[in-house]
Design a protein around this ligand. Sequence first.
Ligand code: CA
Ligand code: ZN
Length: 303
Amino acid sequence: MHYTLDRSNVIFEMSKANKPVLTLKSGDTITMETEDCFGHRITSEDQRVDEQFDFSHVNPATGPIYVEGASPGDCLLVTIDKIELDSQGVIETAPGWGVLGKEVKEARTTIAVIQDSTVDFHGLSFTARPMIGVIGTAPSTGAVGCSTPGQHGGNLDTREITEGSVVYLPVFVPGALVAIGDVHALMGDGESCGTGVECRATVTIALELAKGQDLSGPLVQDSSGLYVLFSSDTLENAVRGSLDRAVSLISAERELTWVESYMIASVACDVKISQLVNPLITARTFIPKSLLSSTKGFSSSGP
Ligand code: CA
Ligand code: ZN
């Protein structure tokens, strides 16, 4: 079955307390509208994130969707079929934001025009690279704000979460309660000033349930291989966590010792920064397809 969901159905935190807005079965597809990270409250260059701006309502995510039969210990595969961008996006920075926020004296808004897969602003033209910033399931206990990434996914801000990719998310609560938002027309690794080109979008995904494939955190697969994501309080801890998961995965896939896999990761896997600006930092380790034991990669043999 194919479903649709409009952007009036949003949550601001991932939690099992949220009431699902729709129930899907494994194999179903859905086209969902997503809101931009500011809830469309900044649409011109004279609007900024000033003292009046309400930060309790940022990064809205459309959903949550209940997946029939999903139970804790399962894995949810989200295939991203299509990301259609709005015609306008916003880039924002403010004092204290991002890596060099000390240098920023006042909030600043830039509006970008998005047309025919190009993003134009300040007289510059870039090829759009649409990606999903927020994608996650509900955590086992409590609530995690949609601005924060973690084991459940959330604000991962990872460029490879794009058309054609499959995002693997752990299921912690019955029904998984998946939600998606915060599309970027363009973003560089790191998201240095605090935002990408933030825009509304229409996203089409397929959901598939892998029963009993327990996952320790999000993975992203594309045609070139697998990205192992980890979020933590510092860049060093994020890198360490990501690499540790990647080494364990190679070891399981290839039936090699941990040390052998560690050495392989050192010569064949790239450790990259996803984002440096959210409440937790996200790093990813790329495992090329050639290191995975089958063309379907990780999904055929389990984590
Ligand atoms: Ca984001
Ligand atoms: Zn964003």
